[in-house]
Design a binder for this molecule. Structure first.
Ligand SMILES: Cc1cc2nc3c(=O)[nH]c(=O)nc-3n(C[C@H](O)[C@H](O)[C@H](O)COP(=O)(O)OP(=O)(O)OC[C@H]3O[C@@H](n4cnc5c(N)ncnc54)[C@H](O)[C@@H]3O)c2cc1C
Ligand code: FES
Length: 350
């Protein structure tokens, strides 16, 4: 049965199964989600969304509800849409509107620390494994994030997966396999902070950590155009998740170029994982730069050049500190790159 990921405006993402015979609206209702709707006949457009990936069929609908241009741009009427493959559908309203009072709780998993390793100056690679065997792994899209509850406190912090979804995955060291259902994160330690202090002072293998999610509208779209990625610091994490997923897709891929910046060269945290992906045949090229005064040093956005954008369009992914994202977005705007081809995740403080 196709797996459907619904992503709401507030970033909440909910997965469900839909048979190829039932409409997405009906499948959601069966899962206690009431998607926005009115006529249920393809006439009013209330149920409109955007299917960003996957194959589907649309039943009867009126041109007033969905124009040819909208249909060509993969807008869909969920009351008339049937999935023929796994699909991701973005809906232009908050999840609370679909969940009602009973709601579908955010998926919450009890995990335990299985690895804690300093991989660069001030950067920790944290791996979590399942506590109970047989618990379903969290389903997420590469690029999305979860909330980790800091042990010994009520505080939660957001972290982006660096592993690919539901895959036995070669870890950042390239030497070991992470188990199915396990999770990997790259975390920058701040001089003081709730999660930073926990990781620096108390964290130990075996600690229990509650994980909830997944969240986020920053996720890998089907790779139909050349891809440009710009990552600052631990903003590399979701890019790794995307790159690992692309490699696992085992299909012809467009060229991927990654610009990767850090505050100093000691803070590059990729170990041999990017090299490993290239060695495995991923069509990836990488340019890195560290902040400093010398020649060849500077902010990652100083590497942006018009030649990096392809004449027929590129998909651009940006992740890192807010000033980096804002600088990259304004450069891309000046180059005329449509905002619909630019996806960004700001690592905002909680
Ligand atoms: C969607 C999302 C995904 C994220 N993914 C990652 C990730 O994969 N890896 C990662 O390392 N971080 C990530 N972050 C940032 C992360 O959630 C925390 O904000 C960060 O780890 C600090 O948490 P803390 O508990 O140590 O500090 P806090 O207790 O939250 O903050 C301590 C102090 O530091 C300040 N501060 C907080 N964050 C920063 C910052 N980034 N730079 C400078 N000062 C800051 C705060 O204002 C406060 O004064 C992500 C944030 C978002 C919103
Ligand atoms: S609910 Fe009216 S078009 Fe779908």
């Amino acid at each position: 049965m196709p797996h459907i990921t619904l992503i709401f405006e507030d970033g909440r993402s909910i997965g469900l199964q839909a048979s190829s015979e039932e409409t997405i609206y009906a499948a959601a209702l069966r899962n206690k989600l009431r998607l926005e709707s009115d006529c249920l006949e393809g006439a009013c457009a209330t149920c409109k969304g955007l299917c960003s990936s996957g194959e589907y069929r649309l039943g009867d609908y009126s041109e007033d509800a969905l124009s040819d241009e909208e249909a060509a741009a993969r807008q869909v009427l969920t009351c008339q849409m049937r999935a023929s493959s796994d699909c991701v559908i973005e809906l232009p309203y908050a999840s609370t509107q679909a969940l009602g009072k009973a709601g579908v709780p955010v998926q919450r998993l009890a995990m335990q620390v299985t690895g804690l390793e300093t991989v660069a100056e001030g950067v920790v690679r944290l791996t979590l494994g399942v506590v109970e065997q047989g618990v379903a792994a969290m389903q997420f899209l590469p690029g999305q994030y979860v909330h980790l509850q800091v042990p010994g406190s009520e505080a939660q912090r957001s972290y982006s997966f660096s592993n690919a979804p539901a895959l036995a995955e070669v870890s950042a060291t390239g030497s070991s396999l992470t188990e199915a259902g396990s999770m990997e994160f790259y975390i920058k330690l701040l001089p003081s902070g709730v999660m930073s202090d926990y990781l620096r002072q108390r964290a130990a293998v075996g600690d229990r950590i509650h994980v909830s999610g997944p969240f986020g509208r920053f996720y890998l779209r089907p790779p139909q155009r050349p891809i440009l990625m710009v990552a600052g610091g631990t903003g590399l994490a979701p890019m790794l998740s995307m790159l690992r997923s692309l490699l696992a897709q085992q299909q012809a891929l467009p060229p991927i170029h990654l610009l990767y910046g850090a505050a100093s060269s000691a803070e590059f945290c990729d170990g041999n994982s990017l090299q490993h992906l290239m060695d495995q045949g991923l069509p990836l090229t990488v340019q890195r730069i560290a902040v400093g005064d010398g020649p060849g040093q500077g902010h990652v956005t100083s590497l942006l050049r018009p030649e990096l954008l392809h004449a027929n369009g590129s998909d651009v992914y940006l992740c890192g500190p807010p000033p980096m994202i804002e600088a990259a977005q304004s450069w891309l705007r000046a180059q005329g790159v449509p905002a619909t081809q630019v996806y960004a995740e700001k690592f905002l403080p909680s």
